[in-house]
Write a protein that binds this ligand. Structure first.
Ligand SMILES: [Zn+2]
Length: 441
């Protein structure tokens, strides 16, 4: 059995080869991976046994012509039937299990069980992205992330093992700081770490770019990488103008990993060896290229809790192919998650943590939906839907946790409970909405 490092190397070499194959060969490779996942899911979960019966033939073959008859997996399926869709026989070779929690683009929190192999697949995809842009793995990488709240705090953050692949001899370290770190401190920290690259949400990247000019502190970066929401043109423009580097966009989600990544020509190429992406209309029929529809994702390497035809909650269109040479299919702009920066009193602007918020509303409010709004200079409204009987102690725990996560003793946290999400028809869900000082765009 190969070691984890050997497996990662093999996986990486495979991706660096398959990306140049023809569309047909990439599709054939994907079907091979998918076929294994389908058999595994049908044989080791009660949830998928019936769902996949139409495509899995007696002979063991897959009837790809009936693929669209496999029901779309919704977030509420994942929420309410997690036990049924968790495999009873996860291959040991796939490694230890982890849990990922997220609210996605709808405010409905879910938790998904994943394997070490699924983690490796994500790392390998990131290395492929770095290779596309010729990033130098020997240099330090800075990241503003939501994990480990309270541990990667300013001024020092935390230093983790290198971000490049195992087989590179000189590898730069990963400098991680909490996602909620105010933008003025991020500028100071980036200068101090001497990071060559900075990974953060695009709204944070743009705010850092503006803040560095305001402070008269030039940050010297080779590139920025964005995740978590669409790198809209206005963010790209600010970062290019103020920091003189591009934003390299990664479109993905906690539960599915990196779904599509930006090439040197600016196109979002789908990681077809890791995920199958379909764009479908309201009736579930495939959309032709250029026509926007719902993003449906099948994750090929998570044997613990297979996500097959999972409704990601975003809208996008397939695009024309790109002339960069990569044969991986291309996605047009994805309209997905929206988040605003918050700012309290005299403090700096910052991005609230999605991870922490999902945990708080899960633990204390048992919420099936939420939205966090800044409604005053020092006031936050926690809007939520919950089927639970909540005590005053639950609400007090929630208030305390939110106050801590937003870094302010003086912040007034107000709970507003609803029977159903209080969004008007067609109104876009914004996870963190700043109604006190709404952004211009
Ligand atoms: Zn391209």
């Amino acid at each position: 059995m190969p070691t984890e490092r050997e497996a990662a190397r093999l996986f990486y070499d495979t991706l660096m080869y398959t990306q140049w194959l023809s569309r047909q060969d990439i599709e054939a490779y994907q079907r091979q991976q998918l076929s294994q996942l389908l058999h595994h899911a049908a044989h080791t979960t009660s949830f998928y046994r019936d769902r996949l019966s139409k495509v899995l033939l007696q002979s063991g073959r897959v009837d790809w012509d009936r693929w669209h008859e496999v029901p779309v997996l919704t977030r509420s399926d994942v929420r309410s039937r997690q036990a049924e869709m968790t495999s009873s026989a996860i291959p040991q070779v796939h490694g230890r299990l982890t849990q990922v929690s997220t609210s996605g683009t709808s405010g409905v929190p879910i938790t998904v069980t994943a394997t070490r192999l699924a983690d490796i697949a994500r790392n390998v995809a990131r290395w492929r992205l770095h290779s596309w842009h010729e990033l130098d793995w020997s240099k330090p990488m800075a990241l503003a992330l939501g994990q480990d709240p309270g541990k990667s705090v300013w001024p020092d953050g935390r230093v983790f093992k290198p971000w490049g692949p195992y087989w590179v001899s000189h590898r730069g370290l990963r400098h991680v700081i909490e996602v909620i770190t105010p933008v003025d401190r991020l500028v100071e920290w980036l200068n101090r770490t001497g990071a060559a690259y900075f990974t953060a949400m695009p709204v944070t990247l743009a705010a850092v770019a503006e803040e560095s000019v305001r402070q008269g502190k030039q940050i010297k970066l080779g590139a920025t990488i964005s995740f978590g929401m669409q790198a809209r043109p206005e963010y790209r423009r600010v970062v290019q103008e103020r920091l003189d580097v591009p934003i390299i966009e990664v479109y993905g989600s906690e539960e599915c990993g990196p779904i599509a990544m930006q090439c040197r020509k600016g196109a979002l190429h789908i990681n077809s060896e890791l995920v199958r992406v379909e764009i479908v209309d309201d009736d579930g029929s495939p959309c032709p290229p250029g026509v926007q529809g719902r993003v449906i994702v099948t994750v090929l390497h998570n044997a613990a809790q297979p996500l097959i035809r999972y409704e990601q909650g975003d809208l996008a269109a397939l695009a024309e192919s790109c002339d960069c040479g990569l044969q991986l299919p291309v996605l047009g702009p994805v309209s997905g998650r929206i988040r605003h920066l918050f700012q309290f009193g005299e403090g700096g602007r910052f991005m609230p943590s999605g991870h922490v918020t999902t945990e708080i509303v899960g633990a204390h409010l048992r919420a099936s939906w939420y939205q966090i709004a800044q409604t005053g200079l020092n006031r936050v409204e926690v809007r939520f839907v919950s089927p639970a009987n909540l005590s005053e102690a639950d609400l007090e725990h929630s208030r305390h946790a939110f106050r801590t996560s937003m870094g302010g003793k003086d912040i007034d946290i107000v709970h507003k409970r609803f029977d159903s999400p209080p969004l008007k028809p067609g109104q876009k869900y914004i996870e963190f909405v700043n109604e006190h000082a709404p952004p211009d765009t």
